[in-house]
Design a protein around this ligand. Structure first.
Ligand code: NAD
Ligand code: TDX
Length: 331
């Protein structure tokens, strides 16, 4: 099988490529990645001999057409992915997430190629902290930020291309991922690297917001289950029953580093900050028999901390620039 992975030099995409090379040796992987600030060719170093990396844009119709023409399956991870950046400058989100997805859909339509679309639970908006409900496949779309609205729009394009043009497409909407190779702008790596530097974690507002954490390996094993047995036209929600509020996550990290539980800097609230995300992954479990392996969040966090401690050379170059960008955004 010839697999085209967009965004394969980013966090989830690079972990997906590693898993694919490790567990599916019959697959030939090509990565299409623009290597934006969030992409890093070093994330593919462990599999460099097995993977072709094409540096380019998912919104480049000629390039995308040529690559899709020589693929059997496309898995589309490439996106502008960070909410805070989308509040500061929305245009790259519209361009990559909407125009990029459109460009891929037109190419897979022309060449009759199977397509899997990676999306997020943020398309459903947020839940109250005390609401027993979780998101499922029938929850209406209600995105809050420029990031989540462009992801929601891209999902709707996929649904329309599947229905109107018969594109063989599946969609997965996953909850918050953590694990190795995640950019230091994101919550967990930002706090881990603050702690490595002897600085304080930075928590927005009061830290009461809840995210539903899943290890990136579990997200990617779900994507593989969907590629193998998912029904075209269907949407699958991916989650691992990992709800935790931000304060609890930070306190666990402080404990792992042996620092006092109140060693936290509370900073300005994110505008429009979603309160709580929570996924009901029943369909994926019952229909496709998927199960997460990283069910102990604390030990998943410990191994992630160990990865960042052991791989400082990977994240150090981005740390100061990221903190500078945050400082500018708060001015
Ligand atoms: P990331 O920001 O770490 O990686 C994105 C990758 O896409 C980078 O390598 C970047 O260079 C590449 N890219 C950006 N614009 C491009 C373009 N125009 N053309 C080609 N490549 C481009 O993101 P991530 O956290 O790995 O997220 C991957 C996907 O998973 C996204 O679609 C995101 O919406 C989705 N998702 C993420 C999470 C999460 O918790 N991180 C949860 C659910 C869904
Ligand atoms: O420094 C911080 N302090 C803080 O309190 C940062 C960076 C974040 N936060 C909070 C905001 C959120 O409540 O932590 C939570 C997680 O923040 P992010 O890592 O920015 O993730 P989130 O906004 O929840 O979106 C993530 O999950 C869904 C990914 O970035 C998206 O790509 C994915 O779709």
């Amino acid at each position: 099988m010839r697999l085209l992975v967009t965004g394969g030099a980013g966090f989830i995409g690079s972990n997906f490529v590693h898993q694919s090379v490790r567990e599916h040796p019959d697959v030939r992987v090509t990565v299409l990645d623009l290597l934006t600030y969030a992409g890093d060719r070093r994330s593919l170093e462990p599999v460099a001999d097995d993977v072709e990396l094409v540096e380019g844009d998912v919104a480049d119709a000629a390039l995308v057409d040529a690559l899709v023409a020589r693929s059997d399956v496309v898995v589309h991870f490439a996106a502008e992915s960070h909410n805070d950046n989308s509040l500061a400058e929305p245009w790259p989100f519209v361009r990559t997430n909407l125009v990029g997805t459109y460009t891929l859909l037109e190419a897979v339509r022309r060449h009759g190629v199977r397509y899997h679309h990676i999306s997020t639970d943020e398309v459903y908006g947020d839940l109250e902290l005390d609401d027993p409900a979780r998101f499922d496949e029938s929850t209406p779309y209600n995105p809050s930020s420029p990031y989540s609205s462009t992801k929601a729009g891209s999902d709707l394009l996929v649904r329309a291309w599947a229905r109107s043009f018969g594109v063989r497409a599946t969609i997965s909407n996953c909850s918050n991922n953590y694990g190795p190779y995640q950019h230091v702008e994101k919550f967990i790596p930002r706090q881990i690297t603050q702690l490595v530097d002897g600085a304080r974690p930075k928590v927005y507002g009061t830290g009461a917001n809840v995210r539903d954490w899943i290890h990136v390996e579990d997200h990617n094993s779900a994507v593989w289950r969907i590629l193998e047995d998912g029904a075209p036209g269907r949407t699958y929600l991916v989650g691992a029953d990992g709800e935790a509020d931000n304060l609890t996550v930070v306190r666990t990290l402080l404990e792992i580093f042996g620092r006092p539980a109140d060693d936290i800097e509370f900073v300005a609230e994110r505008p429009g900050h979603d309160l709580r995300y929570a996924i009901d992954p029943t369909l994926l479990r019952t229909e496709l028999g998927w199960r997460p392996r990283y069910t102990d969040f604390r030990s998943g966090l410990e191994s992630t901390v160990a990865w960042y401690v052991d791989n400082e050379a990977w994240w150090r170059p981005a740390k100061a620039a990221t903190e500078e960008r945050y400082a500018q955004q708060s001015r």
